[in-house]
Design a protein around this ligand. Structure first.
Ligand code: SF4
Length: 392
Protein backbone atom coordinates (compact mmCIF):
# COMPACT_ATOMS: atom_id res chain seq x y z
CA UNK A 1 0.00 0.00 0.00
CA UNK A 2 2.79 2.35 1.01
CA UNK A 3 4.72 1.60 -2.18
CA UNK A 4 1.60 2.33 -4.19
CA UNK A 5 1.21 5.68 -2.42
CA UNK A 6 4.83 6.61 -3.07
CA UNK A 7 4.44 5.68 -6.74
CA UNK A 8 1.28 7.75 -7.02
CA UNK A 9 2.89 10.76 -5.35
CA UNK A 10 5.98 10.45 -7.60
CA UNK A 11 3.76 10.31 -10.69
CA UNK A 12 1.86 13.37 -9.56
CA UNK A 13 5.06 15.25 -8.81
CA UNK A 14 6.48 14.34 -12.20
CA UNK A 15 3.30 15.46 -13.89
CA UNK A 16 3.25 18.76 -12.02
CA UNK A 17 6.99 19.29 -12.80
CA UNK A 18 6.23 18.71 -16.46
CA UNK A 19 3.35 21.13 -16.45
CA UNK A 20 5.42 23.70 -14.55
CA UNK A 21 8.20 23.27 -17.11
CA UNK A 22 5.67 23.67 -19.93
CA UNK A 23 4.29 26.78 -18.25
CA UNK A 24 7.73 28.29 -17.77
CA UNK A 25 8.59 27.61 -21.47
CA UNK A 26 5.31 29.21 -22.45
CA UNK A 27 6.14 32.16 -20.21
CA UNK A 28 9.64 32.75 -21.65
CA UNK A 29 8.43 32.60 -25.25
CA UNK A 30 5.37 34.70 -24.65
CA UNK A 31 4.67 37.93 -26.53
CA UNK A 32 3.55 39.42 -23.19
CA UNK A 33 6.69 38.27 -21.34
CA UNK A 34 8.02 41.79 -20.68
CA UNK A 35 4.67 43.03 -19.39
CA UNK A 36 4.24 40.04 -17.12
CA UNK A 37 7.78 40.45 -15.82
CA UNK A 38 6.99 44.06 -15.01
CA UNK A 39 3.80 43.06 -13.17
CA UNK A 40 5.71 40.31 -11.35
CA UNK A 41 8.23 42.82 -10.07
CA UNK A 42 5.34 44.85 -8.59
CA UNK A 43 5.68 47.78 -11.00
CA UNK A 44 2.54 49.54 -12.22
CA UNK A 45 1.43 48.61 -15.73
CA UNK A 46 0.65 51.57 -17.95
CA UNK A 47 -2.33 52.09 -20.25
CA UNK A 48 -0.72 50.57 -23.35
CA UNK A 49 0.49 47.48 -21.48
CA UNK A 50 -2.94 47.00 -19.93
CA UNK A 51 -4.53 47.28 -23.36
CA UNK A 52 -2.17 44.61 -24.72
CA UNK A 53 -3.24 42.27 -21.89
CA UNK A 54 -6.87 42.88 -22.84
CA UNK A 55 -5.99 41.81 -26.42
CA UNK A 56 -3.65 38.86 -25.86
CA UNK A 57 -4.74 35.34 -26.73
CA UNK A 58 -2.48 33.91 -24.02
CA UNK A 59 -5.29 33.69 -21.50
CA UNK A 60 -3.94 30.74 -19.52
CA UNK A 61 -0.61 32.42 -18.97
CA UNK A 62 -2.39 35.60 -17.93
CA UNK A 63 -4.38 33.58 -15.40
CA UNK A 64 -1.30 31.79 -14.10
CA UNK A 65 0.50 35.06 -13.44
CA UNK A 66 -2.59 36.71 -11.94
CA UNK A 67 -3.11 33.74 -9.65
CA UNK A 68 0.46 34.11 -8.36
CA UNK A 69 -0.17 37.78 -7.60
CA UNK A 70 -3.44 36.82 -5.89
CA UNK A 71 -1.57 34.40 -3.60
CA UNK A 72 0.85 37.13 -2.61
CA UNK A 73 -1.71 39.92 -2.19
CA UNK A 74 -4.78 38.16 -0.78
CA UNK A 75 -3.62 34.70 0.30
CA UNK A 76 -5.56 31.49 -0.18
CA UNK A 77 -8.86 32.27 1.55
CA UNK A 78 -11.94 32.81 -0.56
CA UNK A 79 -14.40 35.14 1.13
CA UNK A 80 -18.13 35.64 0.70
CA UNK A 81 -20.78 37.74 2.41
CA UNK A 82 -24.31 36.89 3.54
CA UNK A 83 -26.18 39.45 1.55
CA UNK A 84 -29.65 40.63 0.56
CA UNK A 85 -30.02 42.64 -2.64
CA UNK A 86 -32.96 44.97 -2.21
CA UNK A 87 -34.12 46.77 -5.36
CA UNK A 88 -36.47 49.39 -3.90
CA UNK A 89 -37.74 50.88 -7.21
CA UNK A 90 -37.49 50.13 -10.92
CA UNK A 91 -38.61 53.60 -12.03
CA UNK A 92 -35.66 55.35 -13.65
CA UNK A 93 -35.04 58.45 -15.73
CA UNK A 94 -31.52 57.49 -16.86
CA UNK A 95 -32.79 54.81 -19.26
CA UNK A 96 -29.50 53.02 -19.93
CA UNK A 97 -29.66 51.10 -23.17
CA UNK A 98 -28.02 48.06 -21.56
CA UNK A 99 -30.57 47.79 -18.75
CA UNK A 100 -33.68 45.62 -18.88
CA UNK A 101 -34.71 46.39 -15.31
CA UNK A 102 -35.92 49.99 -15.46
CA UNK A 103 -39.41 51.29 -16.26
CA UNK A 104 -40.23 54.83 -17.36
CA UNK A 105 -41.93 57.26 -14.98
CA UNK A 106 -45.66 56.52 -14.99
CA UNK A 107 -45.31 52.96 -16.35
CA UNK A 108 -47.90 50.51 -15.06
CA UNK A 109 -45.02 48.08 -14.40
CA UNK A 110 -43.19 50.55 -12.18
CA UNK A 111 -42.94 49.86 -8.45
CA UNK A 112 -41.65 51.52 -5.30
CA UNK A 113 -41.17 49.99 -1.88
CA UNK A 114 -41.96 52.19 1.09
CA UNK A 115 -39.80 52.20 4.19
CA UNK A 116 -42.10 49.73 5.96
CA UNK A 117 -41.69 47.16 3.18
CA UNK A 118 -37.94 47.77 3.02
CA UNK A 119 -37.60 47.37 6.78
CA UNK A 120 -39.71 44.19 6.79
CA UNK A 121 -37.67 42.56 4.01
CA UNK A 122 -34.40 43.50 5.67
CA UNK A 123 -35.53 42.19 9.05
CA UNK A 124 -36.74 38.92 7.59
CA UNK A 125 -33.44 38.36 5.75
CA UNK A 126 -31.49 39.17 8.90
CA UNK A 127 -33.55 36.90 11.15
CA UNK A 128 -34.10 33.98 8.76
CA UNK A 129 -30.98 34.06 6.59
CA UNK A 130 -28.47 35.73 8.88
CA UNK A 131 -27.52 38.40 6.34
CA UNK A 132 -24.90 40.92 7.44
CA UNK A 133 -25.27 43.25 4.45
CA UNK A 134 -28.22 44.85 2.66
CA UNK A 135 -27.25 45.95 -0.83
CA UNK A 136 -29.96 48.52 -1.53
CA UNK A 137 -30.17 49.93 -5.03
CA UNK A 138 -32.76 50.97 -7.56
CA UNK A 139 -33.49 53.18 -10.51
CA UNK A 140 -33.07 56.95 -10.47
CA UNK A 141 -36.62 57.74 -9.41
CA UNK A 142 -37.28 61.50 -9.71
CA UNK A 143 -40.07 61.44 -7.14
CA UNK A 144 -37.90 60.55 -4.17
CA UNK A 145 -36.56 63.22 -1.83
CA UNK A 146 -33.50 62.58 0.32
CA UNK A 147 -35.83 61.95 3.27
CA UNK A 148 -37.06 58.77 1.53
CA UNK A 149 -33.54 57.30 1.60
CA UNK A 150 -32.87 58.49 5.14
CA UNK A 151 -36.15 56.95 6.28
CA UNK A 152 -35.37 53.63 4.58
CA UNK A 153 -31.86 53.42 6.05
CA UNK A 154 -33.05 54.33 9.56
CA UNK A 155 -35.76 51.68 9.28
CA UNK A 156 -33.25 48.98 8.27
CA UNK A 157 -30.98 49.90 11.15
CA UNK A 158 -33.87 49.97 13.63
CA UNK A 159 -35.12 46.50 12.64
CA UNK A 160 -31.77 44.70 12.41
CA UNK A 161 -28.60 44.43 14.42
CA UNK A 162 -25.08 44.53 13.02
CA UNK A 163 -26.32 44.67 9.42
CA UNK A 164 -24.40 47.03 7.12
CA UNK A 165 -26.05 49.14 4.44
CA UNK A 166 -24.13 48.93 1.16
CA UNK A 167 -26.21 51.40 -0.72
CA UNK A 168 -27.06 53.33 -3.87
CA UNK A 169 -25.19 53.82 -7.11
CA UNK A 170 -23.34 56.99 -8.03
CA UNK A 171 -26.25 57.84 -10.38
CA UNK A 172 -28.77 57.84 -7.53
CA UNK A 173 -26.44 59.93 -5.36
CA UNK A 174 -25.76 62.42 -8.18
CA UNK A 175 -29.46 62.79 -8.83
CA UNK A 176 -30.33 63.38 -5.16
CA UNK A 177 -27.66 66.09 -5.12
CA UNK A 178 -29.24 67.81 -8.16
CA UNK A 179 -32.81 67.44 -6.95
CA UNK A 180 -32.06 68.71 -3.45
CA UNK A 181 -29.55 71.34 -4.63
CA UNK A 182 -26.99 69.95 -2.22
CA UNK A 183 -23.35 69.11 -2.83
CA UNK A 184 -22.40 65.44 -3.17
CA UNK A 185 -20.61 65.78 0.16
CA UNK A 186 -23.77 67.04 1.91
CA UNK A 187 -25.85 64.22 0.44
CA UNK A 188 -23.34 61.60 1.53
CA UNK A 189 -23.05 63.10 5.01
CA UNK A 190 -26.83 62.95 5.48
CA UNK A 191 -27.04 59.39 4.20
CA UNK A 192 -24.09 58.34 6.33
CA UNK A 193 -25.80 59.78 9.39
CA UNK A 194 -28.91 57.76 8.55
CA UNK A 195 -26.90 54.52 8.37
CA UNK A 196 -25.15 54.26 4.99
CA UNK A 197 -21.98 52.22 5.60
CA UNK A 198 -20.50 51.80 2.12
CA UNK A 199 -21.29 52.48 -1.54
CA UNK A 200 -21.29 49.84 -4.31
CA UNK A 201 -19.38 50.52 -7.52
CA UNK A 202 -22.52 50.44 -9.66
CA UNK A 203 -22.73 53.08 -12.35
CA UNK A 204 -19.05 52.68 -13.26
CA UNK A 205 -19.81 50.65 -16.40
CA UNK A 206 -16.87 51.84 -18.56
CA UNK A 207 -15.27 55.12 -17.50
CA UNK A 208 -14.95 56.56 -21.00
CA UNK A 209 -17.47 59.28 -21.89
CA UNK A 210 -17.84 58.38 -25.58
CA UNK A 211 -18.82 54.83 -24.50
CA UNK A 212 -21.08 56.05 -21.69
CA UNK A 213 -22.98 58.31 -24.08
CA UNK A 214 -23.59 55.41 -26.45
CA UNK A 215 -24.82 53.33 -23.49
CA UNK A 216 -27.34 56.09 -22.80
CA UNK A 217 -25.57 57.26 -19.64
CA UNK A 218 -25.64 60.97 -20.51
CA UNK A 219 -26.83 61.85 -17.02
CA UNK A 220 -23.81 60.30 -15.35
CA UNK A 221 -20.44 60.65 -17.02
CA UNK A 222 -16.95 59.58 -15.97
CA UNK A 223 -16.17 62.63 -13.82
CA UNK A 224 -19.46 62.20 -12.00
CA UNK A 225 -18.68 58.61 -10.98
CA UNK A 226 -15.13 59.46 -9.94
CA UNK A 227 -16.30 62.52 -8.02
CA UNK A 228 -18.92 60.63 -5.97
CA UNK A 229 -16.35 57.94 -5.18
CA UNK A 230 -13.73 60.47 -4.14
CA UNK A 231 -16.16 62.43 -1.93
CA UNK A 232 -17.29 59.19 -0.29
CA UNK A 233 -13.70 58.14 0.38
CA UNK A 234 -12.91 61.54 1.89
CA UNK A 235 -15.78 61.06 4.34
CA UNK A 236 -14.45 57.63 5.29
CA UNK A 237 -17.21 55.83 3.36
CA UNK A 238 -15.52 52.94 1.62
CA UNK A 239 -16.75 51.75 -1.76
CA UNK A 240 -16.42 49.04 -4.39
CA UNK A 241 -15.48 49.53 -8.02
CA UNK A 242 -17.00 47.71 -10.97
CA UNK A 243 -16.64 47.27 -14.71
CA UNK A 244 -19.42 46.26 -17.08
CA UNK A 245 -17.97 44.67 -20.20
CA UNK A 246 -19.39 42.82 -23.19
CA UNK A 247 -21.09 45.65 -25.10
CA UNK A 248 -19.39 48.23 -27.36
CA UNK A 249 -16.22 48.79 -25.34
CA UNK A 250 -12.74 48.19 -26.78
CA UNK A 251 -9.62 46.81 -25.03
CA UNK A 252 -8.36 50.41 -24.90
CA UNK A 253 -11.54 51.55 -23.11
CA UNK A 254 -11.17 48.78 -20.52
CA UNK A 255 -7.53 49.72 -19.97
CA UNK A 256 -8.49 53.37 -19.40
CA UNK A 257 -11.19 52.25 -16.98
CA UNK A 258 -8.80 50.22 -14.81
CA UNK A 259 -6.10 52.89 -14.80
CA UNK A 260 -8.60 55.61 -13.72
CA UNK A 261 -9.74 53.45 -10.81
CA UNK A 262 -6.15 52.68 -9.82
CA UNK A 263 -5.23 56.39 -9.98
CA UNK A 264 -8.09 57.32 -7.66
CA UNK A 265 -7.22 54.46 -5.33
CA UNK A 266 -3.65 55.76 -5.05
CA UNK A 267 -5.09 59.13 -4.03
CA UNK A 268 -7.78 57.98 -1.54
CA UNK A 269 -7.32 54.27 -0.73
CA UNK A 270 -11.12 53.98 -0.42
CA UNK A 271 -11.90 51.12 -2.81
CA UNK A 272 -12.32 47.78 -1.07
CA UNK A 273 -12.91 45.63 -4.13
CA UNK A 274 -13.23 45.37 -7.88
CA UNK A 275 -16.12 43.50 -9.50
CA UNK A 276 -16.29 42.76 -13.24
CA UNK A 277 -19.76 42.07 -14.72
CA UNK A 278 -20.69 41.11 -18.22
CA UNK A 279 -23.70 42.82 -19.76
CA UNK A 280 -26.78 40.59 -19.92
CA UNK A 281 -28.07 41.43 -23.37
CA UNK A 282 -31.60 39.99 -23.54
CA UNK A 283 -34.52 42.47 -23.40
CA UNK A 284 -32.19 45.49 -23.61
CA UNK A 285 -32.47 48.36 -26.08
CA UNK A 286 -28.93 47.72 -27.33
CA UNK A 287 -29.83 44.15 -28.21
CA UNK A 288 -33.05 45.20 -29.93
CA UNK A 289 -31.15 47.84 -31.95
CA UNK A 290 -28.48 45.29 -32.92
CA UNK A 291 -25.69 47.18 -31.11
CA UNK A 292 -24.80 43.99 -29.24
CA UNK A 293 -25.49 40.63 -30.76
CA UNK A 294 -23.63 38.25 -28.50
CA UNK A 295 -23.32 37.81 -24.75
CA UNK A 296 -19.70 37.92 -23.53
CA UNK A 297 -18.50 34.45 -22.54
CA UNK A 298 -16.15 32.91 -20.04
CA UNK A 299 -12.92 34.04 -21.66
CA UNK A 300 -13.92 37.69 -21.23
CA UNK A 301 -14.67 37.12 -17.54
CA UNK A 302 -11.39 35.30 -16.88
CA UNK A 303 -9.42 37.91 -18.78
CA UNK A 304 -11.10 40.78 -16.89
CA UNK A 305 -10.37 39.17 -13.52
CA UNK A 306 -6.75 38.40 -14.43
CA UNK A 307 -5.93 41.80 -15.96
CA UNK A 308 -7.53 43.60 -13.00
CA UNK A 309 -5.41 41.55 -10.60
CA UNK A 310 -2.22 42.41 -12.50
CA UNK A 311 -3.10 46.12 -12.75
CA UNK A 312 -4.31 46.61 -9.17
CA UNK A 313 -1.72 44.39 -7.42
CA UNK A 314 -1.56 45.59 -3.79
CA UNK A 315 -3.73 48.67 -4.32
CA UNK A 316 -7.09 46.80 -4.51
CA UNK A 317 -6.82 43.47 -2.74
CA UNK A 318 -10.25 41.98 -3.38
CA UNK A 319 -11.35 40.89 -6.83
CA UNK A 320 -14.73 39.19 -7.20
CA UNK A 321 -15.61 36.17 -9.31
CA UNK A 322 -18.61 37.74 -11.09
CA UNK A 323 -20.69 34.63 -10.28
CA UNK A 324 -24.05 36.40 -10.52
CA UNK A 325 -23.97 36.75 -14.29
CA UNK A 326 -21.56 33.92 -15.08
CA UNK A 327 -22.75 31.12 -12.82
CA UNK A 328 -20.98 28.84 -10.40
CA UNK A 329 -18.68 26.85 -12.77
CA UNK A 330 -17.09 29.99 -14.22
CA UNK A 331 -16.85 31.59 -10.80
CA UNK A 332 -14.89 28.54 -9.65
CA UNK A 333 -12.52 28.97 -12.58
CA UNK A 334 -12.18 32.70 -11.87
CA UNK A 335 -10.74 31.70 -8.48
CA UNK A 336 -7.74 30.35 -10.39
CA UNK A 337 -7.43 33.51 -12.51
CA UNK A 338 -6.85 35.98 -9.68
CA UNK A 339 -10.21 36.28 -7.89
CA UNK A 340 -10.31 35.89 -4.10
CA UNK A 341 -13.85 36.96 -3.22
CA UNK A 342 -16.99 35.08 -4.27
CA UNK A 343 -19.33 38.00 -3.70
CA UNK A 344 -22.58 37.54 -1.85
CA UNK A 345 -25.38 35.12 -1.27
CA UNK A 346 -28.47 35.98 -3.30
CA UNK A 347 -32.07 36.07 -2.29
CA UNK A 348 -34.80 37.48 -4.55
CA UNK A 349 -32.51 39.57 -6.81
CA UNK A 350 -34.53 41.41 -9.48
CA UNK A 351 -32.19 43.21 -11.90
CA UNK A 352 -30.66 40.22 -13.74
CA UNK A 353 -33.97 38.27 -13.97
CA UNK A 354 -35.40 41.31 -15.84
CA UNK A 355 -33.22 40.21 -18.77
CA UNK A 356 -34.91 36.82 -18.73
CA UNK A 357 -31.89 35.08 -17.19
CA UNK A 358 -32.66 32.81 -14.26
CA UNK A 359 -30.50 33.55 -11.22
CA UNK A 360 -32.38 31.80 -8.42
CA UNK A 361 -31.18 32.10 -4.85
CA UNK A 362 -27.70 31.24 -3.69
CA UNK A 363 -27.21 29.99 -0.15
CA UNK A 364 -23.98 30.13 1.81
CA UNK A 365 -23.71 26.33 1.84
CA UNK A 366 -23.53 26.22 -1.97
CA UNK A 367 -20.73 28.80 -1.97
CA UNK A 368 -18.78 26.87 0.67
CA UNK A 369 -19.11 23.62 -1.29
CA UNK A 370 -18.25 25.27 -4.62
CA UNK A 371 -15.09 26.85 -3.19
CA UNK A 372 -14.03 23.74 -1.27
CA UNK A 373 -14.34 21.76 -4.51
CA UNK A 374 -11.54 23.98 -5.86
CA UNK A 375 -9.36 23.06 -2.87
CA UNK A 376 -9.54 26.54 -1.38
CA UNK A 377 -10.47 27.52 2.18
CA UNK A 378 -13.65 29.58 2.72
CA UNK A 379 -14.33 32.44 5.10
CA UNK A 380 -17.41 34.55 5.65
CA UNK A 381 -16.62 38.27 5.67
CA UNK A 382 -18.42 41.40 6.68
CA UNK A 383 -19.13 44.51 4.64
CA UNK A 384 -15.57 45.74 5.14
CA UNK A 385 -13.90 42.46 4.12
CA UNK A 386 -13.01 41.46 7.69
CA UNK A 387 -13.36 37.75 8.44
CA UNK A 388 -16.31 36.92 10.73
CA UNK A 389 -16.45 33.13 10.29
CA UNK A 390 -13.85 30.61 9.31
CA UNK A 391 -15.03 27.32 7.81
CA UNK A 392 -11.64 25.64 7.94
S1 SF4 B 1 -28.73 50.70 -14.97
FE1 SF4 B 1 -29.57 51.83 -13.22
S2 SF4 B 1 -29.45 53.94 -13.89
FE2 SF4 B 1 -29.32 52.71 -15.75
S3 SF4 B 1 -31.44 52.48 -16.45
FE3 SF4 B 1 -30.99 50.70 -15.18
S4 SF4 B 1 -31.75 51.27 -13.18
FE4 SF4 B 1 -31.52 53.18 -14.36
Amino acid sequence: MQILNILTISALLLESCNSLRAMSDLYRNSEIYDILQKAKSGEDLDMKETEILFRTKEIQLLGYMADNVRKEVSGNNVSYISNLILNYTNTCIVKCKFCAFYRKVGSSEGYLLDKEMIGRRAERAWRELGVTQILIQGGVNPNLPIEYYEGAFLEIKARTKGVAIHGLSTSEIEYISKKERMSIKEVLERLQKAGLDSVPGAGGEILVDSVRKKLGRNLSLTDGWLNVMEEAHKLGIRTSSTMVYGHIETPEDKAKHLILIRDLQKKTGGFMAFIPWNMEIENTEMFKEGLVTRRAGGVELLRSVAVARLVFQHSIKNIQTGWLTNGIPLAQLALTYGANDWGGTIFEEEVIPATGKEVGNLQAQTIVESVNAMGRPVVERDNFYSIIRNFN
